[in-house]
Design a protein around this ligand. Structure first.
Ligand SMILES: [Zn+2]
Length: 83
């Protein structure tokens, strides 16, 4: 049985299964968050911190974005997984 890792999208909180055969979302290793495909597709250039305050707070708590970044887009980190 293939392992299904059920988690929630950091942006919309939709529950999803990660894994190649499910294809509902992907894990972003650099941020250690999961994002579902619809959210990723909706934000091709990166999530808007003003629109997703939960993500903004999380990234700030991890030091992944500067505290000066009050609003605006953060680019998605480069994918380290093979396409
Ligand atoms: Zn989502």
């Amino acid at each position: 049985m293939e392992q299904a890792f059920r988690t929630a999208c950091i942006l919309c909180r939709r529950s999803m299964r990660l894994g190649p055969s499910f294809g509902e979302g992907r894990h972003i290793a650099a941020w250690n968050v999961a994002v579902c495909h619809p959210c990723r597709a909706e934000n091709p250039d990166g999530p808007d911190l003003e629109r997703y305050p939960r993500l903004a707070a999380y990234l700030r708590s991890k030091g992944l974005v500067g505290t000066g970044a009050q609003a605006g887009f953060v680019p998605w980190p480069p994918d380290r997984e093979a396409a």
